[in-house]
Design a protein around this ligand. Structure first.
Ligand SMILES: Cc1cc2nc3c(=O)[nH]c(=O)nc-3n(C[C@H](O)[C@H](O)[C@H](O)COP(=O)(O)O)c2cc1C
Length: 159
């Protein structure tokens, strides 16, 4: 990503893309018509641990924002890292009606930290097997945070 870039997308409650800005379309490599209506996991990279997305969905479905470093897969097979903020969108009655994400260029020093963390989380998922994968990588994430004496947000925003 370039310094001035913001990648923006929105989804419905099920994670289907309802909007993507020009930079999102450019980085994903898909056309706007391929993206709208597709599940947001269309750009999911296999290096991303499932436990991280569980963490993200738990936060936003609970009405909270979530910050995360995410490695994304473009249509041509290349990847790009983003620093994402994902938030719920509320209707007039305070009910969640969709989700919104804006991403900017990640700091290279932070990527060194998170790529190692994600590698360990993926490793834990593979060792645990499909059924217990998310529990295993979530436990590893929680253990890492407690060793650092930090909440997830404190950790992510400090690296
Ligand atoms: C607003 C919003 C933005 C998202 N952005 C991304 C993204 O950039 N990359 C990604 O892999 N997943 C993103 N996700 C999470 C996906 O919906 C999905 O959970 C993830 O790709 C993992 O796929 P899975 O849930 O099928 O395992 C986003 C979700 C929401 C609600």
């Amino acid at each position: 990503m370039r310094e001035e870039d913001f990648i923006v997308s929105t989804t419905d409650l099920q994670g289907r893309i309802t909007y993507g800005n020009r930079i999102f379309i450019e980085f994903s490599g898909y056309s706007e018509s391929e993206l709208i209506g597709a599940q947001h996991n269309i750009i999911r990279h296999p290096d991303m641990p499932r436990g991280l997305f569980k963490w993200l969905w738990d936060a936003i479905q609970g009405g909270n924002e979530c910050f995360a470093y995410v490695k994304n897969l473009a249509k041509d097979g290349s990847f790009y890292w983003v620093f994402a903020n994902v938030t719920p969108l509320f209707d007039m009655n305070g009910r969640i009606e969709g989700y919104f994400s804006v991403r900017r260029k990640p700091r290279p020093a932070a990527l060194a930290v998170v790529s190692e963390l994600y590698r360990q989380m993926l490793d834990a998922e593979m060792r645990a097997g499909a059924r217990d994968a998310i529990a295993a990588s979530t436990a590893l994430l929680q253990q890492t945070l407690s060793e650092k004496g930090r909440t997830y947000d404190e950790f992510i925003l400090s690296i």
